[in-house]
Ligand binder design. Structure first.
Ligand code: BGC
Length: 761
């Protein structure tokens, strides 16, 4: 079980054990005091700053430090309630029971200054209704769907009284061994930025403050092992890892979470250059920065502090305003002020940031009645509708030989294999709070059965004793079901316990007995459709040789099996594209489409770049995904052949549906700077748009390329846009494209529209 989930469950159990007396005498019946210091206009920043300043003047040192102290819910609660009443706790983590939240809120209001609390959980993609995970949101290539998903999750969390989420996670990663890729938007900074902004907008619209995380570089752990150090050069940090954070801040993320990792040897939790100089000063971030879970205490393990007290001073000096769960600030800050290691003005600055966020959220203006009304029911139908829409568009059809999919009336008997296909038990909310009744969920078997045509049969065999295919139940019956059928749909799933935080893997093939079962099914000679539930790219080289069709279904969530049946039976055409490269073997990792060119490109001879035992190319590239129809691209038309470093060019391309079904295509635009002052990636995503076309229909799309968006950072951290020759590529994947050339010139150079010599695929 991952630590987040363990903490939630622990919190819930301890709550039942320890907090019952407090509930018997509901704190909600205490008379909360009216808020003491509401800003005159909570939307007016000047009013907020005035209110914060006035409040700060009235606070004791202990009350100030209390605003920076952020414990996880832990035993015993009664002392914590007392501490809240003394104004010594600013926020609480993993509290998901509305009665509990009400109790703490009211205790905060009874404190001397009545400063309201933040209640935080990892409301990421699930509370009651489980959405597909964020990596799947990115696979839709429709940020507006991510906005909707985040909104619904935000609304569900807000309805129980939570007001702050530890999301979005925007760590760019090119390493599927790292389990946390499930939480982000994949390997590309441009795509991840679009999704970062959308997610911030969604959670905020749902009523939560956001905490964009993990600042920064956490997605590049050495060896893919969670929590290990990262080595990242300045240009890479600024070009690859930072942009989604900037997008999230521009979208209004109120808070930022610092990451666990070291960067170039210095833990981020004590990294003043990153937290204070880059984030707060250079990027102008004026909300607060929280540490990650017990990360301040972990500075001792990093070998940079002798004890928690020293660690706390280091973290505070670096600019970490909020101490999540290590208790270090509570222990050390007041003392450090008294003995002169930290100035009162520095404490004031951190507290100012926290109070500013609380004012911005309108917490001072919330009346106690808000809490008495909890929990507010959320309309489940609308949440489910959004979950279904996201799932439908997230599935990626990576292979479909001989049009194995969709299943048609022409296949009278369909075998459905895999225990995962007839249960939703493995559909967990991962970091969702405990205490919710499981929502009713249709299984894939039920959803396909509903869609059988007259005369069609479904031969279901679980094969395994468990959803994740660890142990066989009856392999023979599964083979027999395949032999009785015209086509086999095999539902496999990434091992249920190996998703998310703290679960790095060195082996990414199908887990448990699933590959063995696939071998046996392939031996029957029946066409095979493989439905793969996963939270990360897997190594599917062998399944790719065995299956006719492969559908990456991610972890599709509460509505996901219904959406899967819709796609398998052709009611809905698949339209997802991969947000991360699928490697051929683990040895290729890290792997991503936007690699640098090499001095010795692969020619097949020994002294050129490549492996002696594996191809350089991935199994499925970034941006790849098929539909039930086909698309073709006309040559690119540029509005002009050149632009100045401050100008822009319009790139126009006509896309045609050349197949016989309606389908959606994600049109992707990439560029490459051909000559530069440092080696530049062979392709970089610069634009995308998902369109739906009927058979024979065509549509012209226009993307604006601004020269200023095509630059990069140098070693000194300066952003440069160079006059240089470029290529632009447009296509339905990072490896298929029509292309043409353009120039960035020092001075403006205009000309007549140019046509490329490229031709449609
Ligand atoms: C994770 C964070 C998460 C926090 C609170 C940490 O272990 O790294 O992403 O928000 O726990 O659950």
């Amino acid at each position: 079980m991952n630590p987040g989930r363990m903490r939630s469950l622990l919190a819930f159990t301890l709550f039942l054990l320890a907090f019952t007396p407090a509930l018997a005498n509901p704190v909600g019946s205490d008379k909360p005091r009216p808020p003491v210091a509401a800003a005159r206009d909570p939307n007016n920043e000047r009013d907020i700053e005035r209110a914060v300043a006035a409040l700060l003047k009235r606070m004791t040192l202990e009350e100030k430090v209390g605003q920076l102290h952020f414990p996880s819910l832990a035993f015993p609660h009664q002392p914590q309630l007392e501490a809240v009443r003394r104004g010594e706790i600013g926020a609480m983590l993993n509290v998901v029971d509305p009665r509990f939240i009400r109790a703490f809120s009211n205790a905060a209001r009874q404190s001397r200054l009545g400063i309201p609390m933040l209640f935080a959980i990892d409301a990421i993609y699930a509370l009651k209704i489980t959405f597909p995970p964020p990596l799947a949101w990115a696979a839709t290539w429709r940020p507006e769907l991510a906005e909707r998903a985040a909104f619904e999750v935000g609304r569900e969390a807000r309805a129980v009284g939570v007001n702050w989420t530890f999301a979005p996670m925007v760590d760019v990663s090119r390493d599927p061994r790292w389990g946390r890729v499930i939480e982000g938007a994949g390997e590309d900074a441009f795509l991840a930025s679009a999704f970062a902004a959308a997610r911030v907008n969604g959670y905020r619209r749902g009523g939560l403050a956001t905490s964009v995380k993990h600042f920064v570089g956490y997605g590049a752990p050495e060896g893919g092992r969670d929590y290990t150090g990262t080595e990242i050069s300045t240009p890479e940090l600024l070009d690859r890892y930072l942009p989604p954070f900037v997008a999230a801040l521009q979208a209004g993320s109120e808070t930022v979470m610092a990451s666990f990792n070291t960067i170039n040897g210095v833990p981020v939790t004590m990294n003043r250059k990153l937290i204070t100089d880059l984030l707060k000063k250079q990027l102008g971030f004026d909300g607060f920065v929280t540490s990650d879970f017990v990360a301040i205490g972990e500075l001792v393990n990093h070998g940079v502090a002798r004890d928690l007290e020293e660690a706390s001073v280091l973290a505070f000096r670096a600019g970490i305003d909020f101490d999540m769960a290590s208790g270090g600030y509570d222990l050390a800050l007041a003392k450090a002020v008294r003995d002169g290691r930290i100035k009162t003005s520095e404490i004031d600055e951190a507290v100012r940031r926290v109070l500013r966020v609380k004012y911005r959220l309108g917490l001072f203006d919330a009346t106690p009645a808000d809490f008495a009304a909890l929990p507010r029911p959320v309309d489940e139908t609308s949440v489910r509708r959004s979950a279904r829409d996201v799932a439908r568009e997230s599935f990626v059809l990576v292979k479909n030989d001989k049009s194995a999919l969709p299943l048609t009336a022409a296949t009278p008997a369909i075998a459905l294999i895999g225990a995962a296909a007839d249960t939703a038990a493995h559909d967990h909310s991962w970091w969702g709070p405990a205490g919710h009744a499981k929502p009713v969920t249709e299984t894939l078997r039920q959803a396909i059965e509903k869609r059988l045509r007259p005369g069609q049969t479904l031969n279901y065999a679980p094969a395994f004793a468990d959803a994740c295919g660890r142990k066989y139940l009856d392999k023979g019956a599964a083979i027999a079901a395949a032999i009785r059928s015209d086509i086999v749909v095999f539902n496999v799933i990434e091992d249920c316990d190996v998703q998310g935080e703290g679960v790095s893997r060195t082996k990414l093939e199908l887990s448990g007995r699933q590959q063995d079962m696939l071998d046996a099914l392939a031996a029957t000679g029946r066409p095979i459709v493989l439905v793969v539930e996963t939270g990360r790219p897997l190594v599917l080289a062998k399944p790719d040789r065995q299956a006719d069709a492969i559908l990456i279904a991610w972890h599709p969530g509460t509505e996901g099996r219904t959406a899967l049946a819709e796609v398998l039976t052709g009611e809905v055409a698949p339209s997802g594209k991969l947000p991360m490269t699928f490697p051929r073997s683990e040895g290729q990792i890290p792997i991503a489409y936007n690699t640098l060119p090499t001095g010795r490109p692969w020619t097949g001879s020994r002294y050129t770049t490549g492996y002696i035992d594996e191809a350089n190319t991935p199994l499925y590239p970034f941006g790849h995904g098929l539909s039930y129809t086909t698309f073709a691209y006309d040559p690119i038309i540029l509005s002009q052949p050149a632009m100045s470093t401050t100008g822009s060019i319009d790139v126009e391309v006509m896309v045609r549906n050349t197949g016989s079904r309606t389908g959606s295509e994600v049109v992707q635009l990439y560029t490459r700077q051909l000559v530069a002052s440092r080696s530049r990636p062979i392709k970089e995503l610069r634009g995308f748009e998902k369109i739906t076309l009927k058979p024979g229909e065509k549509r012209s799309l226009r993307f604006r390329l601004a020269a200023q968006s095509l630059g990069f950072h140098d070693d000194a951290g300066r952003y440069v846009v160079e006059a240089a020759p470029f290529k632009v590529f447009v296509g339905g994947s990072s490896d298929t494209a029509v292309t043409t050339d353009f120039l960035i010139t020092p001075a403006s150079a205009r000309g007549a529209p140019v046509r490329s010599s490229g031709s449609g695929p």
